[in-house]
Design a protein around this ligand. Structure first.
Ligand code: CA
Length: 438
């Protein structure tokens, strides 16, 4: 019994060992006889699988021992080992292929054309290179064409700019030429005939800005009337134009005719102007300033006494400053028949004097207001050798010399204190551009 047991056990171990070593050759049928050929007719049999269970049995006649089914795991392990071996072999082969391919690519690279790895054969790479080359050439050609197109367009643009500038210049030149010819033709017509201003007016005349009455004269107006002037782009107003005296074109600043208008007025009245443009009026210091500030103006003063004597004074220089400068008077270069009363003497000189009104004392008389004393707004010194805004007297008067006064009028200053004083029937102040030729 002891011998039998040992024999069985050793046979079993040997059978298991032989099974492990010679797994490749193990079949379902058997592992027979080798270790215990003689004494131990041992057999290990794998029985037919029934489902997952493939139990093994060891036959040791007459003994048969059932082995646990887990014993079959050894067979599974060998199968897995076998699979792994196959995988390793395939990977090894794959690596050899990769190496060969890498060598091929390196050979191609030496020829200067190493292309992105597509794994494609050399012939395909050549085709790809050729295709790309032609594509690059095409793009290069397109780029060249585009550059030529840009050059052409740029040339056209420059020509267009040049043409446009030329057009504008030509347009401006032609307009200036038209204006010049219109002005010249009007000037020629007006200075020669001027018999039919309506005929001239009926023609289409370009609208010009009329700074003063001389501009209306220039375009053919010959009737002494009120006209609208624009001496400043922001300011236009009505004025009375004298189109008869000494050729015409005069803008009238002041007029005395009949005493219908009281000239004893305030600063504001003299600033804005007052009266009736067709009769007696003061145009207004602001307007006089505007009319004299942009052009050199001359001043003409016409006087007529109650004896019908008419004289005039002409000043080649006339300018009135703005309100901030108290409408300071600038007057000079006298010529005429009435005498230079505005610049009578060193002590009586109205040139460069401020404007004074009864309510605003800017004069050089320290003890009082010349404007208040002489009932007038004027460029008083201390106080006067002329005052064309004095009271209107219809005949000789006595007392303070507050009537219309012109100190150089024949016989006027000779009157003794307390005696009757002469006055004027008419007085008029008007201006015209210095370089105006009627
Ligand atoms: Ca004073």
């Amino acid at each position: 019994m002891k011998l039998a047991t040992w024999c069985w056990l050793s046979s079993a171990v040997l059978a298991a060992y032989s099974f492990l070593v010679a797994a490749n050759n193990v079949t379902e049928e058997e592992v027979k006889d080798e270790p215990a050929k003689d004494n131990c007719p041992l057999r290990l049999e794998s029985r037919k699988c029934e489902g997952d269970e493939c139990p093994y049995q060891v036959n040791l006649p007459p003994l048969t021992i059932q082995l646990p089914k887990q014993f079959g795991r050894i067979e599974e392990v060998f199968k897995e080992v076998q699979n792994l071996k196959e995988i390793v072999n395939s990977l090894k082969k794959c690596c050899q292929d990769c190496k060969l391919q890498g060598d091929d690519n390196r050979d191609l690279g030496r020829d200067g054309l190493l292309l992105p790895g597509t794994g494609a054969a050399g012939g395909a790479d050549d085709n790809s290179v050729t295709g790309l080359e032609s594509e690059v050439n095409k793009l290069s050609s397109d780029l060249k064409n585009a550059k030529e197109d840009i050059d052409v367009l740029q040339g056209r643009l420059e020509r267009l700019n040049l043409v446009n500038m030329n057009n504008i210049e030509n347009y401006v030149d032609s307009k200036v030429a038209n204006l010049t010819s219109v002005v010249n033709s009007l000037d020629g017509k007006c200075s020669s005939k001027c018999s039919n201003p309506e005929q001239i007016q009926s023609r289409p005349v370009l609208h010009l800005i009329y700074n003063d009455c001389s501009d209306y004269y220039t375009i053919g107006h010959r009737s002494s009337e009120t006209y609208r002037v624009t001496p400043d782009p922001q300011t236009s107003f009505e004025v009375y134009c004298d189109m008869e005296t000494m050729g015409g074109g005069w803008t009238v600043l002041q007029s005395r005719l009949d005493g219908s208008i009281n000239f004893t007025k305030t600063w504001q009245d003299y600033k804005a102007g007052f009266g009736n443009l067709r009769r007696e009026f003061w145009l207004g210091n602001d307007k006089i300033h505007l009319l004299t500030k942009s052009k050199e103006m001359i001043l003409r003063i016409d006087l007529e006494d109650f004896n019908g004597v008419k004289l005039y004074a002409l000043y080649d220089h006339f300018y009135v400053a703005n309100e901030f400068l108290k409408y300071r008077l600038h007057v000079g270069n006298y010529n005429g028949t009435a005498g230079d009363a505005l610049r009578f003497s060193k002590h009586y000189n109205h040139d460069m004097k401020f404007f004074t009104t009864p309510d605003r004392d800017n004069d050089r008389y320290p003890s009082g207001n010349c404007g208040l004393y002489y009932s007038s707004g004027w460029w008083f010194d201390a106080c006067l050798s002329a005052n064309l805004n004095g009271k209107y007297y219809h005949q000789k008067y006595r007392g303070i010399r507050n009537g219309i006064f012109w100190g150089t009028w024949p016989g006027m200053s000779e009157a003794q204190p307390g005696s009757y004083k002469s006055s004027f029937k008419k007085a008029k102040m008007m201006i015209r551009p210095k370089h105006f030729k009627p």
